[in-house]
Design a protein around this ligand. Structure first.
Ligand code: 8Y7
Length: 283
């Protein structure tokens, strides 16, 4: 069977993302308190080397984040966030062949990162902060809209849904409508179910199982489950022992049509994606 997609090329600044295949996005935290890296990559040169290694391992996007979204993490000022993110965006843009995604909810960080060469805005708050819709629209860059209720600090306080997948879909549709009003057309949007954000284990598992329903929104899906507590809780594993569970979810996400996998373990995930592609391209 042949599937013809309307547009498979997503312009991301001075690069293009081919949405006909699945891509691996490597996570680069430049926060001193990030939960699984313990801040080891906060120095500019170490961060750049880490980004370089992820690109060599096959990442086509690097997600640079300067604000920890860990529950209970300290709030970072926009100046502090900019001071963490801007230098690494600039260096990656100058030195590496990769699309830079900037993990931010902060309008000033969106604008400055775009100016310094970022190709994608990844906002876990779906452009709900004051000025974020306009800032993202002004950059002309694509945006990843992610589902979350509340704020990282309180999102895990007893989240409730009638039907998590339906409600996530409704939320994302509403954010797409807000984007359209602000001048960000659907063609520039990537959607993300937001695993681990305001969701219990059962919510995450059900949302993952029924993820395909979100294809009805007509936009590519990004999935981020790397090392998350849904793996820890399902398998009873500490954060350092979640790779295999994460790779199982990566494979499932590819089969369910996800186009971008946001991960810490790039080399391993690239093998998963390539192995599936090898089978799918057989006679
Ligand atoms: C996600 C994310 C995080 C995710 C998107 C972590 C910044 C928590 N998770 N962005 N960011 N999707 N789009 O464990 O699932 O990596 S931070």
């Amino acid at each position: 069977m042949t599937f013809v997609q309307s547009s498979t090329r997503l312009p991301c600044g001075n690069r293009v993302l081919d949405l006909a295949r699945t891509h691996v996005m490597g996570i680069l935290n430049v926060t001193p308190d990030s939960f699984s890296d313990g801040g080891r990559f906060s120095q500019l040169d170490v961060a750049l080397r880490h980004a370089e290694a992820m690109v060599a391992a096959g990442a086509t996007l690097i997600d640079v984040g300067g604000e920890s979204t860990r529950p209970g993490a300290r709030v970072v000022s926009s100046i502090e966030e900019l001071e963490r993110v801007a230098p690494i965006v600039e260096r990656i843009h100058r030195e590496l062949d990769v699309i830079i995604s900037v993990d931010t909810s902060t309008p000033a960080v969106m604008r400055e990162s775009a100016r310094l060469g970022a190709g994608l805005i990844n906002d876990v708050r779906s452009l709900r902060r004051d000025g974020a819709l306009d800032a993202a629209a002004d950059t002309g860059l694509p945006v990843c809209l992610m589902h979350m209720l509340g704020e990282p600090g309180d999102m895990q306080d007893n989240p409730q849904y009638q039907n998590v997948t339906t409600e996530v879909g409704e939320f994302l549709a509403e954010r797409m409508a807000q984007c359209a009003t602000a001048g960000i057309p659907p063609e520039r949007i990537i959607l993300d179910p937001g695993f681990g954000f305001a969701k219990s284990l059962q919510h995450n598992l059900s949302l993952f199982k029924h993820m395909e329903a979100l294809h009805a929104l007509g936009r590519p899906l990004l999935v981020g489950v790397s090392r998350k507590s849904m793996i820890g809780l399902a398998l009873n594993r500490p954060v350092g022992e979640r790779l295999h569970g994460g790779l199982a979810l990566a494979a499932l996400a590819v089969v369910k049509g996800a186009r971008i996998l946001r991960v810490h373990d790039v080399a391993e995930t690239v093998d998963v994606v390539r192995m599936i592609a090898a089978v799918e391209s057989a006679e």
